[in-house]
Design a protein around this ligand. Sequence first.
Ligand code: P6P
Length: 299
Amino acid sequence: MTDPAPDRDADSVVEAVFDAVAETAPEIRAALPGRRVESGTENASGESVMAGDLYADELLGDAITAVDGVGSFVSEERETAVDAGGAVGEGAYAVAIDPLDGSSNLRSNNAMGTVVGVYDAPLPATGRDLVAAGYVLYGPITTMVVADEGGVREEVIEQDTDGSVSRSVVEEDLTLPDDPLVYGFGGRVPDWPDAFTAYAREIEDELKLRYGGAMVGDVNQVLTYGGIFAYPALVDAPEGKLRLSFEANPIAYIVEAAGGAATDGETDILDVEPEGVHDRVPLYVGNEGLVERLETALD
Ligand code: P6P
């Protein structure tokens, strides 16, 4: 009787998941021009869904659930998890994605992307259960940032003339620059609690505004130049806008791995205990000093 095949270790599953994500990126990018319209449906968060969201979700769902070692697939665009076989937390992993973050930018032809979190526990889970996280950024070029226990790297994703997809690491051990340069804050001044407005006024005098309406693009600016991104708690929506499982946790994991910090205003994002998979959370993420000043300002 041979021993059962050992569970795939986290590294090999993570590598296979990001291979699958990279493989779909050129196909998603090529399909976007024809999918700039609203689908006429809403997602679990009550947001209108673009045709591009549904296409990316379908392609990524098929690719990720086919990866050996993925036990479940959870998407911002789907009410419930897709069972991919394998016991999550006992050798299999749960992969949570925002298939096309910032898809409203399709109309204005601005950056958007795909956010990925690989959890070693069934969702809802805290960010401490992440073993890796990353995002694809559909900008002038297609890049993918991947963070795992080895650190943070940036890759360029290209499709060769024979249709094969290549991943080229262009930045190893990516870390936030010490001297922050940019900021981007979601919402509008009337929506912000006074304490955040006071903080924002200080930051506006110190840093340059870089806000493009897609978290992945704005966070990529922070990773590149140093600074802070926030979609804050709002007066009428204290939970903010971004989803913990699909957006805040993966981004917090990446930025903390790059030497930064991420908070919901009081608690490290990775320690926030969700009740549901689609929970929203305020997100403040970037250079540690700027995040600490924010927490003091909101205190
Ligand atoms: P607003 C995109 O819809 C998203 O979820 C994030 O990617 C982005 O940071 C935020 O919402 C933009 O929101 O209110 O500026 O359109």
